[in-house]
Write a protein that binds this ligand. Structure first.
Ligand code: IMP
Length: 420
C-alpha cells in the first residue's frame, strides 16, 4: 500500500503526528520535497521532538526512513538533528538519504536573506535557503549530496559554485562568509552523513514491488505549493500528492491512499493572502489554546476559522481518500464556531482557485455552528464527542465531500479518534 500524507492547508497542520501514528505499521517513510523549513512536532513515548528533515517514522526501528530525491538537505542542520535524536535515545540507523537530494549550501542561506531583504513585498520565507537551493537545482548549478563522496570532485564543484554565485550575485557577500569556513563545516558534516547516503531508488522499488506499506510524508500544504498555492507566497517545491511521484520515485498509479491533514481551524506563517485570518480576541484564543508558534522559526502563526474552499480545492488537487482533522480539542470552550463556506469578491460568490492578488481582496462568507464546552481530550471514539463537535465534523465532511477518518484531540499519539 502506497499512502501519501499531505497538508490540506498552509502547512503546520500536524502531519508529523499522523505520520508518526501511521508509521507504527509502515515499512518505509519517504520525505519527497522541501527541506529543513519543515517543523514536525512529535510527542510519543520517547519524548517530544521537533523534526525538520528526518522523516517522522524514525522512532520505529523497523521503518526505513528515506530523505528522498526531491528534498534539499542542509548537511550541518541534518547532523544537528541526528545528534538531538541520538541524545534522546533514538537509533538513527534506519535513515537513508538519496544521493540525488540537493545540498542547501550556506551560500543559499545568504542568498535567501539577500533576496528577502531586497524584495519590496516579502515572501516571508523561513530563511533556510530553500528557495535558492531549488533555484540552483532548476538552473543546473546545484550540487547533489552524493557528490560529497568524492572529496576532490566535491571541492572543485563547491569552489566553482561559490565563485560563480558571488560573481552573479555580489550582493550576497553582505550576508556571507568565506569559502574556507563553508568547506570546513561541510567536510565535518560529510563525515557523519556519508554512511547514510545511497541510491534510494532500488530500495524504494523493492518495497513497492513487494507490496510493503510505504508512507509518503509531505511538508507544508496545498496553499504553499509552487504551482497551485498563493504564488508568490509559496515554497519552491510541490507538496501536493502529485509531487510524491517525482520527489520519491514512485509511479503515480501506485499511490492508493491520500490522507489530507487539516486543523479544525486555519493557521499560516509567512506572508500572503489568508482570507479567514482573525486579528481579534478569537484569533488570540486560537493562537494561545493551540500553541500556534512555528516549530522551525518560533514565529507566531496567524490563526483563523476553517476555510472550506481550501479543503475542496485540495481534495481535487490531491485526490484525498480521507481527511484527518487535527486539534479539534482547541475549539472546546467556544459557544459558537464558524466555517468559511465560500468567498465574496465584489458582490460575487467565489471558490478556489483564485490568484493570490484576488484572494487578498476576497471576503470570507461564514456559516456559524453551535460550539461545545466539554473537554474532549480524553475522547477515544467518535461517539464520545459532544453532539455539537460531531455535527461540526459531519458538516465539514458534507461540504468537502471527503470522509474525516481521524480526529486528533491532543498531541499524544493515543489522543486520536479513528473511525476506520
Ligand atoms: P520557504 O519554504 O522557506 O521558502 O518559505 C516559503 C513560504 O512557506 C513562507 O510563507 C513560509 O512561511 C512557508 N513555510 C515554509 N516552511 C514552512 C513550515 O514548515 N510550516 C509553515 N510554513 C512554512
Amino acid at each position: 500500500m502506497i499512502h501519501a500524507v499531505v497538508g490540506a492547508q498552509y502547512g503546520d497542520e500536524g502531519k508529523g503526528k499522523m505520520v508518526d501514528y501511521f508509521a507504527v505499521q509502515a515499512d518505509m517513510v519517504i520525505r519527497y520535497q522541501g527541506g529543513g523549513n519543515a517543523g514536525h512536532t512529535i510527542v510519543n513515548e520517547h519524548g517530544k521532538f521537533a523534526l525538520h528533515l528526518v522523516p517522522s517514522g524514525i522512532f520505529n526501528p523497523n521503518t526505513v526512513c528515506v530523505v528522498g530525491t526531491g528534498v534539499v538537505v542542509h548537511p550541518m542542520n541534518l547532523v544537528k538533528e541526528l545528534k538531538s535524536l541520538q541524545d534522546g535515545g533514538i537509533d538513527t540507523g534506519n535513515l537513508v538519504i538519496s544521493n540525488r537530494a540537493h545540498i542547501v549550501l550556506p551560500l543559499h542561506i545568504w542568498q535567501d536573506q539577500y533576496e528577502e531583504a531586497s524584495r519590496s513585498k516579502k515572501v516571508g520565507t523561513t530563511l533556510q535557503g530553500i528557495g535558492p537551493a531549488y533555484q540552483d537545482k532548476a538552473g543546473r548549478f546545484g550540487l547533489q549530496i552524493g557528490e560529497m563522496k568524492d572529496l576532490e570532485h566535491f571541492r572543485s564543484r563547491l569552489l566553482s559554485t561559490y565563485e560563480a554565485k558571488l560573481k552573479r550575485m555580489p550582493g550576497i557577500r553582505e550576508f556571507g562568509g568565506s569559502f574556507d569556513d563553508m568547506w570546513n563545516e561541510l567536510t565535518a558534516a560529510r563525515e557523519v552523513l556519508l554512511p547514510y547516503i545511497q541510491d534510494t531508488l532500488p530500495l524504494i522499488r523493492q518495497a513497492v514491488e513487494a507490496g510493503k506499506h510505504v508512507l509518503l510524508e509531505g511538508q507544508l500544504g496545498v496553499m504553499r505549493d509552487l504551482d497551485w498555492g498563493v504564488y508568490p507566497f509559496v515554497t519552491s517545491s510541490s507538496p501536493i500528492s502529485g509531487g510524491t511521484s517525482a520527489g520519491a520515485g514512485i509511479p503515480p498509479t501506485a499511490i492508493k491512499r491520500v490522507t489530507g491533514i487539516t486543523k479544525a481551524y486555519t493557521t499560516a506563517v509567512g506572508e500572503g493572502p489568508f482570507p479567514t485570518k482573525l486579528e481579534d480576541e478569537m484569533g488570540k484564543f486560537l493562537q494561545e489554546h493551540g500553541h500556534e508558534y512555528g516549530a522551525t522559526t518560533g514565529r507566531p502563526r496567524a490563526t483563523g476559522w476553517l476555510d472550506i474552499p481550501t479543503l475542496r480545492y485540495g481534495a481535487w488537487l490531491n485526490g484525498y481518500t480521507e481527511l484527518a482533522m487535527m486539534k479539534l480539542d482547541v475549539l472546546s470552550g467556544l459557544s459558537e464556531v464558524s466555517i468559511c463556506t465560500h468567498y465574496d469578491l465584489n458582490g460575487q460568490s467565489y471558490d478556489l482557485p483564485l490568484p493570490a492578488y484576488e484572494l487578498e481582496q476576497a471576503q470570507p462568507v461564514y456559516e456559524t455552528l453551535a460550539g461545545w464546552t466539554e473537554d474532549i481530550s480524553g475522547c477515544r471514539k467518535f461517539d464520545d464527542l459532544p453532539e455539537a463537535a460531531k455535527e461540526f465534523v459531519q458538516k465539514i465532511e458534507e461540504l468537502v465531500g471527503v470522509p474525516i477518518r481521524y480526529i486528533s484531540v491532543g498531541p499524544e499519539r493515543n489522543q486520536t479518534i479513528s473511525r476506520e
